[in-house]
Design a protein around this ligand. Structure first.
Ligand SMILES: [Zn+2]
Length: 161
């Protein structure tokens, strides 16, 4: 009997230990999550400081972070290149503010409302539009001539009758 009591006590103790362990693991997960949140905050702020440094045009920063700055510029050029490729593929451009893909003829981003500047591409578009407009005018002229000729022909026919 003493043995059974011993065993029961032992099992109870084990059960308590398991419950305690489970609770501790749960708390540990929460604490780890909080640590990660704080780490993310630091990483975000580091990135913000780095961006400000990069954009400051500070000569000292340029010298000190020469390799990083060069890599950033390289990556930026690559993005511009890739976005141009994407524009050829889907006919959209990236909003300079939020990055949403919007139709390349849009003047405003439909997500964040940013005004979209059409730089060199805009000039091309104007040239294209003008060419189209000219073509359209020519078409109208040709059509008008055809109609005039038809009208004249009809008048002549009527006159003959
Ligand atoms: Zn946007």
């Amino acid at each position: 009997m003493a043995f059974l009591n011993e065993l029961t006590r032992g099992l109870k103790a084990t059960g308590q230990t398991v419950a305690q362990k489970t609770k501790e693991i749960g708390e540990a997960v929460q604490v780890k999550s909080q640590i990660n949140t704080e780490k993310e905050t630091i990483t975000r702020l580091y990135a913000s400081i780095g961006k400000q440094m990069f954009e400051s045009g500070c000569e000292e920063a340029e010298k000190k972070f020469f390799t990083e700055f060069a890599s950033i510029r390289k990556a930026m050029n690559k993005i511009t290149e890739l976005e141009a490729t994407l524009t050829d593929l889907d006919g959209c451009i990236s909003c300079p503010e939020c990055g949403t893909r919007i139709d390349k003829i849009s003047n405003f981003c439909m997500k964040c409302g940013a005004a979209i500047e059409h730089k060199a591409k805009a000039d091309e578009a104007v040239v294209e539009d003008m060419t189209e407009a000219e073509t359209a005018e020519e078409t109208v002229e040709v059509e008008a001539e055809v109609q005039m000729e038809e009208a004249e022909a009809a008048v002549e026919t009527e006159a003959e009758i």
